[in-house]
Design a protein around this ligand. Structure first.
Ligand code: 5MM
Length: 338
């Protein structure tokens, strides 16, 4: 897939009325999510969970693409169809997480840098053969005294730039995810400052590494106060601050921005996405790429029981529909109970 194809894929991923489903939790994260529901995290339990997700009827009504984990694209449905093919047959574009996780960054006080560049070119070639159309790489930065440090911001931005360039070289659309965490008691202004600094550094590196902006999707955090900050800012303040931050840092050549939910409750993430879109028109498509925002209630509904699969799929389809409405600025809280 080259130039025009990648541009088209990027546009389809952020098309009006749809968003992206992040089902790319690594095994460690799946362990945590499944244990929290009292479930064991075996390869078979993860397979059943991922099958439930990707075989949800009419998933493509609200979902344009799904981000998968390496384990999932090598697993089959209970009927023997590769799960990656179930995704595509359901009208949804398959993508793959290609980073190897956030590891301690030298010469910092516990900050992290995402690794996975070594051997990435070869891994990408295999993912192309397996039918993947886009990739994702997540950098993680946290806010605190003198954090994120410029060292952590620069190291992560550099890795994102190199990853994105390699991805495009392979013909795969990169989803560039610099996440500034909402952990802590920092203010909305502190989140704005850290997110602005991070996004500036990321776009400098994307340019330095020759990344074509028209063939990528940005996956940032919304600009919210730390989850322990009191009082919490209003929805309007969050939306205005998020839009101001993005307008100041994200070139209009980028076709779309697909937010992570970052630990916000599912309803809060939907409400904020809606308020952000109501501030439009914006220079880019603005949609969701939620993991927990779509899947936390789905996993809870399933609870590992085959008799709950249908209800869990309905929960996922419903959250997808509500977020698709929010993505177009058409959501209101009453729809939650409709
Ligand atoms: C689904 O979670 C992804 C992270 O997985 P690992 O930490 O296990 O690698 C993550 O990248 C996710 O795609 C985004 O953070 C969006 O998920 P949330 O839950 O923040 O919406």
């Amino acid at each position: 897939m080259f130039g025009d194809d990648m541009r088209l894929t990027a546009q389809q991923m952020v098309a009006p009325g749809k968003g992206i489903l992040a089902a790319d939790e690594s095994t460690g994260t799946m362990d945590k999510r499944l244990h929290a529901e009292g479930l064991e995290s075996t390869e078979e339990v993860r397979r059943q969970y991922r099958e439930l997700i990707v075989s949800t009827p009419k998933l493509d009504n609200s979902i344009s693409g799904v981000i998968l984990f390496d384990e999932t694209i090598r697993q089959n449905s209970s009927e023997g169809t590769p799960l990656r093919r179930v995704v595509a047959d359901n009208g949804v574009t398959p993508g793959i997480k290609v980073d190897k996780g956030a590891k301690p960054l030298a010469a910092t006080d516990g900050e992290k840098v995402t690794e996975g560049l070594d051997g990435l070119r070869d891994r990408l070639a295999e993912y192309v053969d397996l039918g993947m159309k886009f990739t994702k790489w997540r950098a993680v930065l946290d806010i605190g005294q003198d954090r994120p440090s410029d060292r952590a911001v620069r190291a992560n931005a550099h890795a994102l730039g190199r990853y994105a360039a390699l991805s495009q070289e392979a013909g795969l659309v990169p989803m560039v995810e610099p996440e500034v965490l909402m952990d802590g008691d920092h203010s909305l202004q502190a989140a704005e400052e850290a997110t602005t600094r991070t996004l500036r550094a990321v776009f400098e590196e994307l340019a330095a590494q020759g990344v074509e902006l028209e063939s990528m999707v940005l996956k940032p955090n919304m600009v919210v106060a730390g989850k322990d900050h009191q009082p919490q800012p209003s929805i309007d303040e969050v939306a205005e601050t998020t839009v101001r931050t993005l307008r100041r840092t994200v070139p209009s050549a980028v076709p779309g921005i697909a937010f992570l939910s970052g630990g916000q409750s599912d309803e809060m993430a939907t409400t904020n996405l809606n308020a952000i879109n109501q501030l439009g028109p914006l220079p880019w498509q603005v949609t969701f790429s939620f993991g927990r925002g779509l899947l936390a209630p789905t996993l809870h509904e399933w609870s590992g029981k085959s008799e709950n699969v249908e209800r869990a799929q309905e929960t996922l389809a419903r959250r997808g529909k509500l977020n698709a409405a929010a993505r177009d600025g058409r959501y209101n809280a009453e729809l939650e109970h409709a």
